[in-house]
Design a protein around this ligand. Structure first.
Ligand code: 9WN
Length: 449
């Protein structure tokens, strides 16, 4: 094993440089995605970070997840940001005084002592918790890591599968583009167009102090993000699942979308939760069965056979959103995907719209031939390391080892030459956004092991 690791580490040790990035971004209890642009704890970032950290320090990886889950709300939601009280308010927008979690979120059970946002992010956490456990089962058992976090993870999934089943078809919905994690993906353009933007003078973007404006979402996007988040907050962060008393899921206003990546991650995490339950003495059978039922619901509601990929469903307009985003490939991760569906996804990944192993080095976030494609603008074209890591894993799940190996090599090389960039031009690998980005470093470490 040691010899294998040596050959996987090129001169100058990519491993060491990735470890240094994570060391520099560690605060003592969690890891910031990036010191300048994102100076707090983010939910899905922490899950990806823990997956890499487990190779450096299983204790830090466990702590990363424990800190995040320590900020969980009473209704089960895991907030997308946990704010660091020692960071100045104007360092990131929207700051705690915008979300007002401990007051506006009181009836949803927001914690009193820690400030958080009120929206969520993709549920990668149970998957991360399981991978962290298997990296050092002895330490995990000695610290009762799984017994302590299992109830929290179970409550998190319960929240998503019940309070967020806005469409009534069994899948979880997102109520804000920030929840899905691919903020300005073209898939959101149509549902966002119905949202009246908040006036530009009513807020100040802190992201432009650190990132180039042409690599970031536009001011108009931000106006809409702010309006949606403020409306959710002013409604006490209450959710309105179909069948609940009140207005129900099919209101004409607002934003409610079933996203393939968000749901695929929930399903992959449900499989992981089954393994955790088993480790804790239960059978896990019911959870595996639920994950399989959810896989079937995903195919039923979001798969488009003619296009050979998954699409987002806009619940307000009641239809699939015809934009090809990387989110529609992420379900490749799922072991219970029908064989033909998996084969079609692999073909789409390597076809003209995503160009893997042909036109592009890494899988772009959006259709190379799409009308909104821009190789530098955030989630409208650049390649991201977390989505590529998920696809590398998905290829292996479906036995595509040679293709997975090719993608792994491209990821390691691009992470290295880009200085662990937040995202890169999918054709050239040119760095965009922040450098020394935590999940890029963490997933590099994971691929090296
Ligand atoms: C809003 C932290 C986060 C990631 C998201 C990415 C970006 C935030 C922002 O940064 O979103 O949550 O301010 O742009 O889109 O995926 O979790 O790295």
């Amino acid at each position: 094993k040691a010899a294998v690791r040596e050959t996987a580490r090129p001169a100058g040790s990519l491993h060491l440089r990735a470890a240094e990035v994570l060391e520099g971004n560690w605060t003592g209890t969690s890891t910031v995605p990036s010191r300048g642009l994102y100076p707090h704890q983010w939910s899905w970032d922490s899950a990806f970070i823990a997956i890499g950290l487990r190779h450096l320090s299983p204790l830090r990886a466990q702590t990363e997840l424990e800190t995040l889950l320590g900020a969980q709300w009473g209704d089960g939601r895991v907030p997308h940001i946990v704010f660091n009280p020692s960071v100045p308010l104007d360092a990131y927008f929207p700051s705690p005084d915008f979300w007002r979690s401990s007051t506006a979120g009181r009836s949803a059970g927001a914690p009193r002592t820690v400030q958080t946002s009120g929206i969520v992010q993709p549920p990668v956490h149970a998957l991360a918790a399981w991978l962290v456990h298997v990296a050092d089962p002895g330490l995990s058992r000695a610290r009762s890591f799984l017994p302590r976090i299992y109830p929290r993870l179970a409550a998190w999934h319960r929240y998503l599968l019940h309070r967020r089943d806005l469409g009534g078809g069994g899948l979880a919905s997102v109520v804000h583009p920030w929840e899905q994690g691919m903020d300005n993906a073209p898939s959101w353009d149509a549902p966002l167009a119905r949202v009246a933007p908040a006036p530009a003078r009513s807020f100040r973007r802190a992201d432009l102090d650190h990132g180039a404006a042409e690599d970031r979402p536009t001011d108009l996007d931000y106006g809409r993000y702010v309006r949606l988040a403020a409306d959710y907050r002013d409604g006490g962060y209450a959710d309105h699942p179909t069948g609940a008393t009140g207005s129900g899921g099919r209101r004409a206003d607002g934003f409610a979308v079933e996203d393939p990546a968000f749901n695929a991650l929930l399903i992959a995490s449900e499989h992981a939760l089954a393994r955790i339950a088993r480790e804790l003495g239960a059978t896990g059978t019911a959870r595996h069965a639920r994950a399989e039922r959810l896989t079937a619901a995903l195919v039923d509601r979001l798969w488009d056979p003619a296009e050979g990929m998954f699409f987002c469903r806009d619940l307000r307009a009641d239809g699939l959103i015809p934009e090809r985003g990387v989110s529609g490939l992420v379900p490749l991760l799922l072991p219970a995907l029908p064989r033909g569906t998996a084969d079609t996804l692999v073909a789409t990944l390597h076809g003209p719209h995503f160009g893997l192993a042909g036109a592009t080095r890494l899988v772009p976030s959006y259709d190379l031939a799409g009308h909104a494609f821009d190789p530098h603008r955030y989630w409208r074209g650049p390649a991201w390391f977390n989505t590529n890591w998920l696809l590398e894993r998905g290829l292996r799940v479906h036995g595509e080892h040679a293709r997975a190996q090719g993608l792994r090599g491209a990821l390691l090389e691009t992470a290295d030459t880009s200085g662990f960039a937040e995202y890169v031009d999918p054709y050239t690998g040119e760095a965009c956004g922040a450098l020394g980005f935590s999940w890029t470093a963490a997933l590099t470490l994971d691929l090296l092991h």
